[in-house]
Design a protein around this ligand. Structure first.
Ligand SMILES: CCCCCCCCCCCCCCCCCCCCCC(=O)SCCNC(=O)CCNC(=O)[C@H](O)C(C)(C)COP(=O)(O)OP(=O)(O)OC[C@H]1O[C@@H](n2cnc3c(N)ncnc32)[C@H](O)[C@@H]1OP(=O)(O)O
Ligand SMILES: Cc1cc2nc3c(=O)[nH]c(=O)nc-3n(C[C@H](O)[C@H](O)[C@H](O)COP(=O)(O)OP(=O)(O)OC[C@H]3O[C@@H](n4cnc5c(N)ncnc54)[C@H](O)[C@@H]3O)c2cc1C
Length: 596
């Protein structure tokens, strides 16, 4: 496909959507080939998008065809041993030498080694390197460079390059994450990716971008993509767990009756149906976020960066919450499969180790929620000054007088309840910061003292956004559907609202007129809804339409032959090749005979 795009003459693209990627649908049939993480993930996921986002058209014309035809294989090396989160603290330097028109890359100390880049350990021969740009003795901060690190014929590291693999991890073990160091390694001036900033031949630094953070553009793109990727992973996990729960029978709640399918237990439905509903919520939210993202790209092409801060705030919190919810819910799917869920062949451990890494990479959970919180507090202050609010924060206006929102248990009322919680929590943060400042603290310390609340406020904002988008998009997309489909999808989105309302009763009691009686009602409606969804549960996961080859699970295959597949897999293990293993004769028998 990549080669085709290039041959079709789409080389001079300036935005990712020009490639025809109009929606972040990542139904990866490649999962059936790469049973684990592909060592090319970073090539497609970050190397190519960075060329598109950070290069001039001339640079794109040079690098994009090579990358798309896999003539070169790249990765994205930003994180170092000493710094990942704090990009401004990166230590690798790129110093311009006007006499040779080259940059000299240097790794000054151990903590400056690049660390983590996927595919760097063994696969890649090129690399995007983030380094502090020095010219004429002045540091201009981190900038991206394209660097060849290995010979394309022999694959040997080039002189001046120290590269290797970082070793085993919780997951991602087939991604050959690597380390990289430079010993005065020279690259041509043109290898600075020059869309946002340039260095002329004589070493003059020219800033082109209108916004200081456009260098971080690939990260924003990947954060946007990860939301739909999480929907995809969770849909896989819950397909496995629901199918298994329909096969598995356990216990005897009523005497003289057969053992029920575990899916008939209300607690099992409580564990699993929220996973189905969350997969839908994230899929719809990710499409909405993608549309927001492409809208901002269009604005920026017209020279307007005003919408970028809101996109950064949204993509940060949605990345944090979708990855965190997904890892927790995949783990819940594993619990729902009892002991067999712990088998590697169930595929739940691999799905979990993948999802939990996403909570950290591309911006740690807490760090990204604090980025969103920064935007929320700033917006609150702007509202106080009478300035207009951005669309996703319009709800603040209704809550500005501080009075409690009256509780309304219709789905729309519950969404307004989440708005009230978010507004209340942001307001409480602003109050806390101001209180600390009035007591003599400087702003940074007052912020620091409020960070636990700020993370909570950003989560509440994100939850309110997801609830609203899920509800609105479900209504919009099912408008022309049959009454049956409409009813079931409505049940799923209502389930999401009721589940989270019950999870957040403390907040709702604080910021709305919710009463004990209302909570009892919510609980009863939630339980009734689980029973309503039960008959459609297997159909709902079948509708995700994963082929067995993609699901790769002994527990989740379409035919339900769980025990047969578990035994088939067990018999494949090398430990079963011989009835007695060598270790018995070498160690166990001598030990039993007291000879060791
Ligand atoms: C056919 C063609 C196909 C094409 C391709 C198709 C591809 C299709 C395939 C697709 C596959 C998808 C899946 C891929 C999977 C990939 C796997 C990935 C593996 C993992 C990779 C990685 O893991 S790679 C490293 C990521 N490493 C981070 O993620 C560091 C986090 N760390 C920060 O991101 C910054 O360090 C942090 C905290 C912001 C502070 O940055 P800082 O200190 O510079 O800034 P401050 O906090 O001081 O903030 C100062 C002001 O900047 C504002 N601001 C900050 N950032 C901003 C921003 N981005 N945009 C706008 N504004 C921003 C902020 O809001 C403030 O605004 P204000 O002043 O107005 O309040
Ligand atoms: C599987 C995997 C693949 C990766 N692939 C790549 C890759 O291809 N390329 C690449 O460049 N990088 C990659 N990374 C690195 C990844 O992007 C970083 O690990 C991530 O951004 C987190 O940064 P850190 O490791 O410095 O964590 P740290 O920032 O050191 O986090 C440690 C703790 O400190 C907290 N913390 C840090 N700063 C703050 C703050 N300001 N306020 C409050 N708390 C804070 C965090 O919340 C966390 O609890 C990968 C990581 C993983 C796990």
């Amino acid at each position: 496909m990549y080669g085709q795009i290039v041959r079709d003459g789409l080389v001079n693209v300036t935005g990712i959507e020009d490639l025809g990627l109009t929606s972040p649908v990542l139904q990866r049939t490649s999962d059936a080939f790469f049973k684990e993480i592909s060592p090319f993930l970073l090539h497609f996921g970050m190397f190519v998008p960075t060329i598109i986002g950070q290069c001039t058209p001339e640079q794109q014309a040079k690098w994009l065809p090579l990358a798309m035809d896999l003539k070169i294989i790249g990765t994205y090396a930003q994180t170092e041993l000493g710094h990942g989160t704090f990009i401004r603290g990166l230590e690798t330097t790129a110093t311009y030498d006007a006499s040779t028109e080259q940059f000299i890359l240097k790794t000054p100390k151990l903590s400056s080694y690049k660390w983590w880049a996927g595919g760097l350990g063994k696969t890649a021969n090129h690399c995007i390197v983030l380094a502090q740009l020095y010219t004429k003795g002045v540091c201009h901060g981190p900038h991206p460079f394209i660097v060849q690190i290995r010979d394309t014929e022999t694959h040997m590291p080039l002189p001046g390059i120290k590269v290797g693999e970082i070793g085993p991890k919780l997951g991602f073990n087939t991604a050959d994450n690597g380390f990289l160091g430079f010993e005065d390694f020279r690259i041509p001036r043109e290898n600075l990716m020059m869309k946002n900033a340039q260095v002329t031949k004589d070493g003059t630094y020219v800033k082109v971008a209108r916004h200081g953070k456009l260098t971080y553009g690939t990260m924003v793109f990947v954060r946007v993509m990860l939301v739909s990727d999480m929907a995809y992973c969770l849909a896989k996990a819950v397909t496995i767990a629901v199918r298994y729960s329909a096969v598995r029978r356990q216990s005897q709640p009523k005497p003289d009756q057969p053992e029920p399918q575990v899916l008939d237990y209300l607690t099992q439905q409580h564990k699993l149906f929220i996973c189905i509903s969350t997969a839908h919520a994230m899929k719809l939210t990710s499409t909405w976020l993608w549309n927001t993202f492409t809208g901002v790209l269009a604005d920026m092409r017209d020279g307007n960066t005003d919408t970028l801060p809101e996109l950064h705030a949204l993509s940060s919190c949605l990345k944090a919450i979708s990855t965190s919810d997904t890892s927790a819910l995949i783990e819940q799917c594993r619990f729902a499969c009892g002991g067999h869920g712990y088998m590697y062949s169930s595929n739940l451990p691999a799905l979990y180790s993948f999802a939990t890494a996403t909570r950290t990479y591309e911006g740690d959970y807490t760090v990204l929620l604090l980025q969103t919180a920064r935007f929320l507090v700033k917006s609150w202050e702007q509202m106080d000054e009478g300035k207009p609010l951005t669309p996703t924060l319009a709800y603040l206006e209704q809550s500005r007088n501080g009075s409690q929102v009256s509780w309304d248990d219709s789905p729309e009322g519950i969404v307004r309840g989440f708005d009230a919680v978010a507004a209340g929590r942001i307001g409480a943060c602003v109050k806390s910061i101001r209180k600390h400042i009035n007591n003599g603290m400087d702003y940074e310390d007052a912020w620091q003292m409020t960070t636990v609340q700020l993370v909570g406020a950003a989560e509440a904002h994100c939850r309110a956004v997801i609830c609203r988008v899920y509800r609105d998009e479900t209504a919009r997309l099912t408008a022309g559907c049959s009454p049956g489909v409409k009813a079931v999808l409505d049940q799923l989105s209502t389930l999401y609202l009721l589940y989270w309302a019950l999870e957040r009763t403390g907040d709702l009691l604080r910021f709305s007129s919710l009463s004990e009686r209302d909570i009892e009602n919510l609980q009863a409606r939630y339980e009734a809804l689980l029973l309503k969804i039960r008959p459609n549960a297997v159909g709902l996961v079948d509708a995700f339409d994963f082929r067995d080859e993609v699901l790769m699970s002994t527990l989740g295959s379409y035919d339900g032959r769980v025990y047969e597949r578990l035994m088939e897999e067990a018999l494949k293990t090398p430990l079963n090749r011989e009835p007695v293993s060598d270790s018995f004769h070498k160690y166990i028998k001598p030990m039993m005979q007291g000879k060791l």
